[in-house]
Each structure stands twice: as structure tokens, then as C-alpha cells.
Design a protein around this ligand. Structure first.
Ligand code: HXC
Length: 288
């Protein structure tokens, strides 16, 4: 007997997919994270974006609120992810004003190119603090809300019937590929991203029983990002694209689509994973 459509695929990417849901995102005004949040807003979510720069964060939030009639978007600037109290206050405000936190994107990161000799101890620590401690603080500040949402939106384990209210209780950490093999001038970031990957795995195991999923999304070279602009002079871009397995570099939409997948019903059984969205860049060249 042929399978019914809903037995082999989920009906995703549809209007209203994230209706009545709230996404909390650190680094939400940045190029990649803002695309992730924008996509979710289009599909019905309300959002709270967090950043260090007040003007940039608040203006991004105002702009995002225009994407869908009725969308509610809060921009909370002057939040340093290294400070747990800042994040806790932001998470509590988000839940109070928007009603819940169903999805979290831990996207805030710090990076610069420096050799190990050039790197001061404080420079190394700064990146560890922004990336690893910042991701941990983001998780810890939002955990009570994620557990509540995850517990509420469980899929029925016998019939695989999705919760009628959709999904919730999911976190994505934004990572990188450089630590898979090692990369010059990126020792600090590589150590930090390895730590973040490990944190996500622990969350998947420890909080799966509470209805949560935790995954890593790993962008490869993505057009228009600070990273690619810094690494690739404009006259080298065309040749670089041609050298890539798919003949192109990534687009923020690639990362947004991966995010929607992991947060949607289609991603219900995917947890503790790293979704590398890099067009096989790292397999070919070790990353970037
Ligand atoms: C060597 C550097 C440095 C550099 C800073 N430091 N920049 N060392 N090379 N280019 C050192 C400083 O001298 C200092 O050490 C220590 O790092 C802390 O610097 P501060 O400026 O005081 O820190 P802070 O103001 O907190 O800024 C953090 C930051 C900054 C990471 C340095 O760049 C930042 O806030 N970036 C956020 C945005 C960002 O980087 N996004 C990129 C993500 S892209 P001393 O010893 O002097 O006290 C990405 C993809 C990767 O992640 C793609 C590859 C590039």
C-alpha cells in the first residue's frame, strides 16, 4: 500500500509554520543570523534579537517588524553575551513581552585572523568568552523557556502525530568548519567552535528527555558576510567561486533554509547533529 504523503514528508515552508512562536537570537542583527530570523518571521514567528550595538540591533528589529503584518520584534542592544545577567534579563523580557521562547539561535561570535604568536592571552580568552561562554550563557538564560516549550510541543511518540500547536524547545548553535581539520590564524576560533559543538551534543543528550532538540548549523563561505569580505579580496571572488564544488559560494538563504528545516516538524528526530551548509567546501579545502 502506498504511503500517504504525511508519512514520508512533512508539509513545511508554508505560511504560518511558526505562528504564535518566538525565536530568540544572539547576534541577530548580523548578516547570517538576521536572515535566519527574517525567514522565521515570514513564516509566522515573533522575534527577539540581541546585540552589543544598540543602534544596529534596534534598527534591525524595526526593519524586521515590517516583514509581516502583525509581526512583533524586539531588539535588545547593549547586551554582552559574556555577561549572564545581561542575557537573563533579555530572555526574561522576551518571554514576558512575547509570551514564550520556543526557538533559540546562539549566533553571536567574535573573530579575527591572528597567528598563535600574535595572539595575546587576552585575545584568545576574548574569543573563548564571546563564543563558548556566550553560547553557554545564551543556553542557560533561555533553558527554562525552552524546556517549557519542548515539553508542551512533543510529538506523540507512538503515532508520530505532531503537536497541533507546532514545534518548540529547539536550539541551534552557529558554528564553523575550521576546527574539523585545523586552520592557520584561526586557533582561537577553532578551539571555541569545537567547544560549542560539544556543548550542543551535551544539550541534545541531557535535554532530549525534556522535549528539546539541539543542533549545530555550520555555514561555509557565505556571500556578504564579514568573514568572507575580510578573507577574500573582491578581485579573487570569481575564481574562488569557480573553484568550489558547486561552482558558487553560499547565500544566507542556504543557512535560513537549514534553520527552518531543523526548527520545523521535518527536523523532529534530528538532534545532536552538525548540519554543514558549505557546498562541500571543507571536504575539498579544509574550510574557506
Ligand atoms: C590580534 C586582536 C585583534 C586582531 C583584537 N585583538 N583584535 N589580536 N589581532 N585583529 C585582541 C586585543 O588586542 C585584545 O587583547 C583582545 O583581543 C580583546 O580585544 P578588544 O577589542 O578589547 O575586545 P572586544 O571589544 O570585546 O572585541 C571582541 C573582538 C571584536 C572579537 C576582538 O573583533 C568583536 O567584537 N567582533 C565581533 C564581530 C565579529 O568579529 N564577527 C565576526 C564573526 S565572523 P590585548 O592583549 O591587547 O588586551 C566569523 C566567521 C569566520 O566568525 C570567518 C573567518 C574570518
Amino acid at each position: 500500500m502506498p504511503l500517504a504523503k504525511n508519512e514520508y514528508m512533512s508539509d513545511i515552508w508554508k505560511d504560518g509554520l511558526f505562528n504564535n512562536k518566538v525565536v530568540f537570537c544572539t547576534g541577530g542583527a548580523g548578516t547570517i543570523c538576521s536572515a535566519q530570523v527574517r525567514a522565521m518571521i515570514h513564516l509566522g514567528a515573533n522575534a527577539c534579537i540581541i546585540g552589543r550595538n544598540v543602534e544596529k540591533t534596534e534598527s534591525a528589529a524595526r526593519d524586521m517588524a515590517t516583514l509581516r503584518p502583525g509581526a512583533k520584534v524586539i531588539g535588545i542592544g547593549a547586551v554582552d553575551v559574556r555577561k549572564f545577567d545581561d542575557l537573563k534579563a533579555a530572555a526574561d523580557r522576551c518571554a514576558k513581552e512575547l509570551g514564550s521562547i520556543d526557538f533559540v539561535i546562539a549566533g553571536a561570535a567574535g573573530n579575527f585572523l591572528a597567528s598563535i604568536e600574535q595572539l595575546s592571552v587576552n585575545a584568545f580568552k576574548t574569543v573563548m568568552d564571546i563564543d563558548v561562554l556566550g553560547s553557554y550563557n545564551t543556553l542557560k538564560a533561555t533553558l527554562p523557556y525552552l524546556m517549557e516549550s519542548g515539553g508542551k510541543h512533543r510529538m506523540d511518540s507512538e503515532t508520530l502525530t505532531p503537536h497541533p500547536g507546532g514545534t518548540g524547545g529547539r536550539i541551534i548553535f552557529v558554528s564553523a568548519t575550521m576546527h574539523f581539520r585545523g586552520m592557520p590564524f584561526q586557533a582561537h576560533v577553532s578551539v571555541a567552535k569545537a567547544g560549542i559543538d560539544s556543548l550542543s551534543n551535551s544539550v541534545a543528550i541531557e535535554y532530549g528527555p525534556r522535549g528539546m532538540t539541539s543542533n549545530i548549523v555550520t555555514p561555509g563561505p557565505i556571500a556578504q558576510t564579514e568573514g568572507i569580505e575580510r578573507l577574500l579580496p573582491s578581485d579573487a571572488k570569481a575564481a574562488y567561486k569557480k573553484s568550489q564544488p558547486l561552482g558558487r559560494i553560499g547565500h544566507v538563504r542556504d543557512i535560513a533554509d537549514a534553520t527552518i528545516y531543523l526548527f520545523s516538524e521535518a527536523g523532529s528526530y534530528v538532534t545532536g547533529q552538525t548540519l554543514v551548509v558549505d557546498g562541500a567546501n571543507w571536504r575539498m579545502s579544509g574550510g574557506l
